[in-house]
Design a protein. Structure first.
Length: 100
């Protein structure tokens, strides 16, 4: 993620908090209550994002892990494609031997 993306995300969150504050005031809450509830919404959103991040990290579904897995599979696929039929037969025989 680039720095400008982080700036846009931060600005978006800041504007969402301000918008929530204005909407809550339009609904009928006074400015103090609207401020408390808009901050609560932002905190709950932050906690929700943190929980999804922890879930992705614990299940290893992060971008880096996925890229590494895709790379390793591509390398193995390329090696298999480059093998001669005799080498493939030999590899299959070794696999069958290991299964027994």
């Amino acid at each position: 993620m680039r720095r400008i993306d982080i700036i846009y995300i931060g600005l978006g969150i800041f504007l969402a908090g301000g918008l929530a504050f204005l909407v809550l005031q339009l609904v009928g809450l006074d400015s103090q209550q609207a401020g408390i509830w808009s901050q609560a919404l932002l905190i709950f959103g932050l906690i929700g994002w943190l929980l999804t991040y922890l879930f992705r990290a614990s299940t290893k579904q992060m971008t880096y892990n996925q890229q590494l897995k895709d790379y390793q599979e591509a390398v193995l696929q390329k090696r298999l494609e480059e093998m001669t039929p005799e080498e493939l037969e030999k590899l299959q025989a070794e696999i069958e031997q290991e299964k027994k």
